[in-house]
Design a protein around this ligand. Structure first.
Ligand SMILES: *Cc1c(COP(=O)(O)O)cnc(C)c1O
Length: 372
């Protein structure tokens, strides 16, 4: 007799998310196809306006992806060769790569917990005469306390670019992430809380000069055709992606609310198990991009869940300072014990707007039946 089989619980069911708005997405794509205008057109302007308004910034500049949003954001803020940029020890590697791409040096500050929070004294201790910028990351959807970061930045004359690739809609003390620093970088990678049907990104800022520099940098250094004022990139958010993002933006709040409900249900169902559950600060409104638990037996727990038909994710199993990209640099010798522990212990559970309660119950039951 074979065991009853149920469909594996997917880590993130994007097809189900898209199915909910299929007609609107098809309309948006067809509109662009029929218009014949596929780059730097009205769909981009419309989306940029609504995204800026949503996050409380004056300007949004659409770019090709989140990594470019970070690199162009740093460039637009004047960060370049010889500069040091303070980055969290625990983040997706793109945060560090962006700093390297502009010729600057990432200087990691170890976090206190998975949600990328820094101790103010540790941040201040990392500042040197070469420090030019701070790059906090609102990891897993939990906002960093930007009030602390901005205070340190003001005291040491640093610019702040925040990485909000996982934090669409997150708030701190009631204010949305996106208009609180010199500039904020966004990714619209399909799996993010607001995701396109391919790559996409944006930088938001309330400074008109920074916005203008970004518009040049994304388009070969040009705002006037045939005139190239700076050595720019080609990194643009295309019309199809912008049109799709405008559709999906209408559902962002609802999707974030559904993510929150999933997180609350995990909080309830997993209480008392031998796991460290995610915590949120009382001043924070996180958007639950990921629900990440910590376990000393992470790898065996993951195998157990896989055998039970539950897909999980690792964010991230190799810390940035141990990546080959930084081998042979002083970063490879960095002492970052919290980042190392998180790489060993963090496990991301299925989470998304379309995760049903039956599927979530199967995840919780599988976690409850784990015997290390
Ligand atoms: C996804 C992500 C990025 C990079 O975005 P892409 O659009 O994939 O280039 C950068 N930082 C963080 C924290 C991310 O999660």
């Amino acid at each position: 007799m074979s065991a009853p089989t149920r469909r594996p619980v997917p880590f993130l069911d994007l097809a189900a998310v898209h199915a909910e708005m299929q007609p609107e997405i098809e309309d948006a794509v067809l509109r662009v196809v029929r218009s014949g205008r596929v780059l730097l057109g009205p769909e981009l302007e419309t989306f940029e306006d609504s995204w800026a308004r949503t996050v409380g910034a004056r300007f949004a500049v659409g770019v090709g992806n989140g990594l470019d949003a970070l690199s162009l954001g740093l460039r637009a803020l004047g960060v370049g060769p010889g500069d040091e940029v303070l980055v969290p020890s625990h983040t997706f590697v793109a945060t560090w790569l962006a700093v390297a791409h502009v010729g600057a040096v990432p200087v990691p500050v170890d976090v206190r917990s998975a949600s990328a929070d820094w101790d103010e004294a540790a941040l201040v201790a990392a500042v040197t005469p070469r420090t030019r910028a701070v790059l906090p990351v609102h990891l897993y959807g939990h906002p960093v306390d930007l009030d602390v970061v901005l205070r340190v930045a003001r005291d040491h004359d640093l610019v702040v670019l925040d990485d909000a690739a996982q934090a669409h809609g997150a708030r701190l003390r009631g204010r949305p992430v996106g208009g609180l620093t010199h500039a904020t970088a966004w990714s619209f990678y399909p799996g993010k809380n607001l995701g396109a049907l391919g790559d996409g990104g944006a930088v938001t800022t309330s400074d008109p000069e920074t916005a203008e520099r970004l518009r040049r940098l994304r388009n070969y250094g040009s705002v006037e055709k045939y005139h190239h004022d700076v050595v720019g990139w080609n990194s643009r958010l295309d019309e199809v992606q912008a049109a799709v993002l405008s559709v999906k933006l209408r559902r962002l709040d609802e999707h974030n609310a559904r993510r929150e409900a999933v997180a609350r249900r995990y909080d309830e169902g997993l209480r008392g198990l031998d796991l460290v559950l995610p915590e949120s600060a009382e001043w924070a409104t996180p958007v639950w991009h990921l629900y990440v638990v910590r376990s000393e037996h992470r790898d065996r727990l993951r195998d157990h869940l896989t055998a039970a038909g539950v897909e999980t994710g690792l964010h991230y199993p190799v810390p940035c300072h141990r990546q080959g990209a930084f081998a042979g640099t002083p970063l490879a010798d960095a002492h970052l014990p919290v980042a190392d522990a998180l790489a060993r212990e963090a496990l991301s559970l299925p989470l998304g707007p379309a995760l049903g309660t039956d599927d979530q119950d199967a995840v919780i039951a599988a976690l409850q039946s784990f015997r290390p």
